[in-house]
Design a protein around this ligand. Structure first.
Ligand code: ISL
Ligand code: CA
Length: 574
């Protein structure tokens, strides 16, 4: 039953929850999460304050890249359930006022997709569905593009006797979007799911679909304009949007790694009728050293402060940002930018506050709401993810990095870290599965860190023993608080801080109301000694330290914050 009034731009006031289906909840004891598992937790999500879910790809797939290699866009993979299970999930979600977004992977298909089989056999109508090139004949590849998974971008196909392009794994051939038939097919697929009641889509690596004519080598240049943000991208996005049924109500969230600010602004400008929001990644590269992702350096809070302010301004009206803290391609945020030992609760709460009180649509990644942390990978053999596994092999076999050094580098950043099963309770396998072996091990900290323990509020690693605050309880309050107009629609202004400060502070404002958000992102106490505006006092609406909420405080500097302390303060009108 559909109880929500259809509403233009509903997503501007929504909080989205990102589900990694294989790790959410298993209901048939095969060790893999499934759709009925998601359906059974809709009330949990509603109580958390969620308005929409986005599920990672659940379509038929050989699972080379955990479903980001789709073999049939119209069928749910048996491993996850049936198309009927999906219809049921949509019905139950809608009955609780929760909308449903699917993940469409349209830059590439699986090599098992019938289009690819038809194309490699040169079947009429399918010859140009993918990007095929002859063997240059001199031992080189058709161009110098490298895939994202530490592999060259080209693979030789024995059947067709040509190379095909793949920006990801060889089992993920790139579609040829310059072929109008390809574009038409993809629109029909989206409409098929819109007819099933779906409310929107996350479009995987959608800024890679348009490639520069002739597929020129990069020769050391950046890929922007070549295979990122290619020449026809905007036109293809607009055509896609125009082709959608209920196009005005459907939300399109573009996953856009390496997007430029100009493009992000343009593609999310409502006048362009392209995307509604883009996923931003700049804050997730701030701890990458000169060697990139597998070469980490410590985060400088100054850089995070700058990145946040920059994107908030860039995507000011008429655009609208998503507020994206973390995802299934990244290590866990509390392990990465927080302190997952001494201040696990405080830092998980602090990070959530800094991110989710910004202007935009929050997207919460499964497990962050209970402070899930990195998985302690034990050996290279345990790495399950294709990107991380290939990266390890490349470091060791090609770059000659000693395994002892390469392994911790990969382990710290591996995608596996955020893909462990959701921790529901302290029973076998964290309540994720009845099977003896889940598809990937549960994080060993589950006996204390799980949903059930946090609902009853006994879980804390530090601070006063009398407090009952947990990450989950904090998230509920935070997400409820951000439903007030000042957070939904108010303006954002950052409060400038000295470069070495561990504090991030900003205000949110509507006429007659100002909220000051001030957070210490560090293990040491910190002092804010600047003005936070005209008000001299205020009321604390949210804090992650005991006895701190609903109290009046002096807003005149200095304001002293304890380690990882959060203060969300409504300024008094004087
Ligand atoms: O985090 C990354 C950069 O180091 C990458 O994983 C990047 O986000 C990415 O490659 C794009 O991700 C998306 O498409 C991939 C899939 O493996 C990811 O899971 C998905 O989120 C290919 O479809
Ligand atoms: Ca299952």
């Amino acid at each position: 039953m559909w109880i929500m009034r259809s509403q233009h731009r509903w997503w501007r006031h929504a909080t989205i929850y990102h589900i990694y289906p294989r790790s959410f909840l298993d209901t048939n004891a095969d060790g893999l999460g499934d759709l009925p598992g998601i359906t059974s937790k809709i009330d949990y999500l509603r109580d958390l304050g969620i308005d929409a879910i986005w599920m990672g790809p659940i379509f038929k797939s050989p699972q080379i890249d955990n479903g980001y290699d789709i073999a049939d866009y119209r069928a749910v993979d048996d491993r996850f359930g049936t198309n009927d299970d999906l219809r049921e999930l949509i019905a139950v979600a809608h009955s609780r006022g929760i909308r449903v977004l699917l993940d469409l992977v349209f830059n590439h298909t699986s090599d098992q997709h019938r289009w690819f089989q038809a194309s490699r056999n040169r079947e009429r109508g399918y010859e140009d569905f993918y990007l095929w090139r002859d063997d240059p004949g001199d031992g080189t590849l058709p161009n110098d593009w490298h895939g994202f998974f530490s592999l060259p971008g080209w693979t030789w196909d024995e059947v067709r006797q040509q190379y095909y392009l793949h920006l990801f794994a060889p089992e993920q051939p790139d579609l040829n979007w310059d072929n109008p038939r390809v574009r038409q097919q993809l629109i029909e697929i989206a409409n098929y799911w819109i007819d099933q009641g779906v409310d929107g889509f996350r479009l995987d690596v959608i800024n890679m679909i348009s490639k520069a004519p002739g597929l020129p080598s990069l020769s050391g240049r950046a890929p922007t304009g070549v295979f990122i943000d290619g020449p026809n991208l905007l036109q293809y996005l607009q055509e896609f949007r125009r082709g959608l049924k209920r196009s005005e109500e459907i939300v399109l969230v573009g996953e856009t790694p390496l997007i430029t600010p100009e493009s992000a602004k343009r593609y999310t400008d409502p006048a362009e009728r392209a995307l509604d929001m883009v996923l931003l990644f700049d804050h997730l590269t701030l701890d990458h050293g000169p060697g990139g992702r597998w070469d980490r350096k410590p985060l400088e809070i100054q850089d995070l402060r700058g990145t946040i302010a920059f994107w908030q301004h860039t995507l000011d009206e008429p655009s609208w940002p998503s507020i994206y803290m973390s995802n299934h391609d990244q290590p866990r945020i509390v392990s990465r930018y927080g302190n997952d030992e001494t201040y696990r609760f405080e830092s998980a709460a602090a990070l959530a506050t800094v991110f989710y009180l910004q202007r935009g649509t929050p997207i919460v990644y499964q497990g962050d709401e209970i402070g899930m942390r990195n998985y302690p990978l034990r050996s290279p053999e345990e790495i399950a993810d294709i990107e991380s596994g290939n990266a390890y092999k490349k470091l060791v076999n090609i770059e000659g990095v000693p395994p002892k050094e390469a392994f911790p580098r990969v382990a710290a950043n591996a995608r596996d870290n955020s893909r462990t099963p959701m921790q529901w309770n302290n029973t076998k396998n964290a309540g994720f599965t009845e099977a003896d072996e889940p598809w990937f091990p549960v994080n060993p900290d589950y006996p204390t860190w799980n949903v059930e323990a946090q609902v009853t509020g006994t879980n804390r690693t530090s601070g006063s023993t009398t407090t009952t605050t947990t990450v989950l309880a904090f998230y509920r309050r935070l997400l409820a608080l951000r439903k007030s107009p000042v957070f939904l629609d108010g303006g954002f202004t950052e409060l400038p801080a000295p470069p070495d400060s561990s504090i991030i502070a900003y205000t949110r404002t509507i006429p007659h109301q100002t909220i000051v958000v001030i957070v210490n992102l560090g293990d040491k106490p910190a002092r804010w000694d600047r003005s936070v505006g005209e008000a001299t006092s205020g009321k604390v609406l949210l804090s992650n330290y005991p006895e701190s909420t609903d109290i009046s405080i002096d807003l005149r500097p200095p304001i002293d914050l304890r380690p990882w302390e959060v203060r969300v303060i409504e300024a008094n009108r004087e």
